[in-house]
Ligand binder design. Structure first.
Ligand SMILES: Nc1nc2c(c(=O)[nH]1)N[C@H]1C(S)=C(S)[C@@H](COP(=O)(O)O)O[C@H]1N2
Ligand SMILES: [Mo]
Length: 257
């Protein structure tokens, strides 16, 4: 059954991927919005069925060192195009701090050095991109659950939003900035981590200084270049209001594999 679900997710994924290749600009937006509107009930079902069948805490498959892919493709932004980010990278992120704010009791600003001192989890998992490629990598990072415990959730908090450094689409109003979000079930899942190392090395520019791993979902949920985590009760008023860069362009919010 879960194999069938996986296949179905890929079929949907490749439909969107294929339309992205043949269309551009407004065509792409319209087309993907139409597709998304038809698929939305199916997406709700996928999430409910997946959680029902596999449980809230079921682990995504983990692999061995021997399974690690020799190369891991770069997708989307390969280096954020901003002076601020360039400066931070130049200084090896010594001046960078992860902000945690929104519906929390104790807003945080945590340096990379301090994040690296926190208990970490290492997992070898497969990344699946909707564009039809996969790669296995070893990720080491801090469980999101631990950071949320540090900050303390206010009772109204429902979603965790990850704000990134890059604008994947250049716009005047900044709405092309990459961001993603997950609900608290995925946020507290044991394999949901903010990775600061890949395959035993600290992150290169591809995602540095911190990237999300939320292993039961597709590639576009795995936010790179994280600057800030915000706890919210809804996505209203947050860019396009759909909880993520690609979601605002028609992709499903729950991208279960
Ligand atoms: N900030 C940011 N995160 C992002 C993206 C992006 O463009 N910007 N692309 C997403 C997509 S579609 C995929 S498949 C993965 C790619 O990660 P990689 O470049 O390490 O392969 O990052 C995801 N996270
Ligand atoms: Mo992707």
């Amino acid at each position: 059954m879960s194999h069938l679900l996986t296949r179905r997710r890929f079929l949907i994924g490749s439909t969107l991927g294929a339309s992205a290749i043949t269309l551009s600009g407004c065509d792409l937006l319209d087309q993907n919005t139409d597709v998304a509107n038809i698929l939305r009930p199916a997406e709700q079902l996928t999430m409910k069925v997946q959680r029902l069948l596999q449980g809230r805490d079921a682990l995504a498959r983990e692999f061995t060192e021997a399974d690690i892919s020799p190369s891991f493709r770069v997708n989307g932004t390969s280096a954020p195009d901003s002076d601020e980010y360039a400066q931070l990278a130049e200084g090896k992120f010594k001046d960078w701090k992860l902000k945690i704010d929104g519906l929390v009791e104790r807003p945080q600003e945590i340096s990379l050095a301090d994040l690296k001192k926190l208990p970490a989890r290492t997992q070898i998992t497969r990344h699946d991109c909707v564009e039809g490629w996969s790669a296995i990598g070893k990720w080491t990072g801090v469980p999101v659950a631990l950071l949320l415990a540090l900050a303390g959730l206010k009772p109204a908090a429902r979603y965790v939003v990850f704000h990134c450094a890059d604008e994947l689409e250049k716009t005047l109003d900044g709405s092309g900035r990459y961001y993603e979000s997950i609900d608290l079930v995925d946020a507290f899942h044991p394999q949901t981590i903010l990775a600061h190392a890949m395959n035993g090395n600290e992150l290169s520019i591809g995602g540095a200084p911190l990237r999300l791993r939320v292993e039961r979902q597709l590639g576009y949920k795995q936010a790179k270049y994280i600057m800030r985590i915000e706890l919210v009760d809804s996505f209203t008023g947050l860019w396009g209001g759909n909880g993520g860069f690609w979601e605002d362009r028609g992709y499903e919010w729950y991208a279960g594999i």
